[in-house]
Design a protein around this ligand. Structure first.
Ligand SMILES: Cc1ncc(COP(=O)(O)O)c(C=O)c1O
Length: 325
């Protein structure tokens, strides 16, 4: 048995980091510690099951099986289908893939994008880069006193070139829950796609991509007790995205035609062009499992996010379209 395994997370007493001894850690919107159950689920894949899930020999079998399971658990978390999930290396990468991918795939010479002022820089900076580098036009909607986008303001912002609207589910600083369902419906009425950065919402409040009516949705593992380096983008069936990355290797195919960067891909075979990073994918897998056990997640976010990250009926209906009280 490899030495590292004997020292693995399941083999020694566990003290929750940031809680026992020293300063107490409360910044769970920035990131969460890795839950011991997550580490436990990952550990065999860090040590024993090193095979490339895309290979055809026996070393690939367990990594491939675990990856399929991880994908199913992530999809179960948001009501998606397995083929609609693309694993990425971070939430920022998922946002980039969604925004750049949708805008460039539109084929419009001057695509118009609408977002809102309190988005994470992963969204705002990508939008600005699209403006700078790809001739996109950008509208950044203001928010009201509750940190919310007024649906009427969105309705007034569309142009005939609007291809994409991007509005987050839950804000990373205030916890404000945007009326995503209402905003997505407005986007669809105008023939635009809707992306939702749900980094701060998935695993904390119930989310269903069908009910929300979104086309693209960002999921981030390290906000829900998984390690950094594991995230995903929900891509509704039929939505076309231009792949990210210029560094395609000879003979390599992008993940589902979408991801060509040389960093570890997490896409499932047969679409992957390089080894899916099984251990970190199993992070969100375990995160998905944990979301079925909401008490620690709910309690922590209620304490740190006063404006709506709790699982109250208000919070739920707000994300599905009604305004927060
Ligand atoms: C709302 C939101 N979107 C995106 C991100 C970026 O995620 P990552 O740190 O995995 O790139 C974060 C992380 O802080 C976030 O809070």
């Amino acid at each position: 048995m490899p030495r590292a395994r004997r020292e693995g997370p399941g083999k020694r007493p566990y003290a929750a980091p940031g809680l026992a001894g020293g300063p107490v850690y409360l910044d769970y919107n920035a990131t969460t510690p890795v839950d011991p159950r997550v580490a436990e689920a990952m550990w065999p894949h860090v040590t024993d099951f090193f095979g490339n899930p895309s290979s055809s020999h026996s070393f690939s079998q367990e990594p491939r099986r675990a990856l399929v399971e991880a994908r199913a658990q992530v999809t179960g978390l948001i009501g998606a289908r397995t083929r609609e999930i693309v694993f990425t290396g971070s939430g920022s990468e998922a946002d980039l893939l969604a925004l750049r991918g949708a805008v460039l795939a539109s084929g419009r010479p001057h695509p118009h994008v609408i977002t809102q002022a309190t988005e994470h820089p992963a969204v705002l900076e990508t939008c600005r880069a699209l403006e700078r580098l790809h001739g996109a036009r950008l509208t950044v909607l203001p928010v009201d006193g509750d940190g919310l986008v007024e649906p009427a303001a969105l309705a007034a912002a569309f142009t005939e070139d609007t291809v994409l609207v991007s509005v987050m589910a839950a804000n990373n600083e205030t916890g404000a829950l945007q009326p995503v369902t209402e905003l997505a419906a407005l986007a669809h009425e105008q023939g635009a796609l809707f992306h939702c950065d749900a980094a701060q919402a998935v695993g904390k409040i119930p989310l269903d991509v069908g009910e929300l009516g979104v086309d693209l949705l960002t999921i981030v593992g390290h906000k829900m007790y998984a390690p950094k380096g594991a995230a995903a983008l929900y891509v509704r069936d039929g939505v076309r995205l231009k792949p990210v990355g210029l560094q395609r290797r000879a003979g390599a195919r992008p993940a589902r035609g979408r991801r060509t960067s040389p960093c570890p891909s997490h896409s499932a075979p047969p679409h992957s062009s390089r080894p899916p990073n099984s251990p970190t994918v199993l992070g969100p897998r375990a995160g998905a499992v944990l979301s079925a056990a909401p008490p620690p997640i709910r309690r922590v976010n209620h304490e740190t996010s006063p404006k709506g990250s709790s699982r109250s009926p208000d919070a739920r209906s707000s994300t599905r379209g009604a305004r927060r009280k």
